[in-house]
Design a protein around this ligand. Structure first.
Ligand code: 5GP
Length: 188
């Protein structure tokens, strides 16, 4: 028997936390900050699959510098809403990070386990510089200390979906960031 309730929940039952317009404005500002900080240089944007893809696509178009892309895959929440506490690399980058201005692009900073793990992986490759760009931050749930150098929004301790963020692979294509009500993921 499947312990999970059916998805997707109708979007009409969700509360919008951050609208698409607010996201667009903030991401453009983040792109301007990165452009200013790396003036005259190239950057390598390394996204974390799959949640960061939409954020990376929008952020990249706000960066007026020579930019290349790569991606890490990590094991994450899968079909649950609680972290397992362990991070595992499921896909390594395809290009060399050595000597590059690496900007790790992540959808949400939660416990900090994923980004601490990936930070160590990147630093082993001896980049020229290392920065983190995160769209969202839930500081209330931090287990390992880590901060984003470029941050979109600080949010309360709610499970959010949309703009790349999923629940059981659904809702990634919602243009706004919405709070998934607990009824959508609590079994029974
Ligand atoms: P951390 O390792 O910081 O706990 O978690 C980072 C990852 O957890 C994110 O990349 C994301 O996959 C997942 N995550 C954390 N909070 C949320 C949330 O509110 N909604 C969704 N959809 N995923 C989340």
């Amino acid at each position: 028997m499947n312990p999970l309730p059916p998805v997707p929940l109708p979007v009409s039952r969700m509360k919008v936390l951050i609208t698409r317009d607010e996201i667009t404005r903030r991401v453009a500002e983040m792109g301007r900050d990165i452009t200013r900080d790396f003036e005259g240089q190239s950057v390598l944007l390394v996204g974390v699959l799959k949640g960061a893809t939409i954020f990376l696509a929008e952020l990249a178009r706000s960066i007026e510098l020579d930019a290349t892309f790569d991606f890490f895959g990590v094991s994450s929440y899968a079909d649950r809403t609680q972290p397992s506490g362990e991070v595992r690399l499921t896909k390594d980058v395809d290009t060399s990070l050595e000597g590059k201005n690496v900007i790790l692009v992540e959808d949400i900073l939660d416990t900090g386990l994923t980004l601490n793990y990936l930070k160590n992986v990147v630093l082993q490759h001896q980049p020229r510089s290392f920065k983190i760009a995160a769209l969202l931050d839930k500081p209330a749930r931090r287990i390992q200390p880590i901060d984003a150098d470029y941050l979109g929004f600080t949010i309360p301790n709610e499970f959010v979906v949309g703009y790349g963020l999923d629940y059981a692979e659904h809702y990634r294509n919602l243009p706004d960031i919405c709070i998934l009500p607990p009824e959508a993921y609590s079994a029974g």
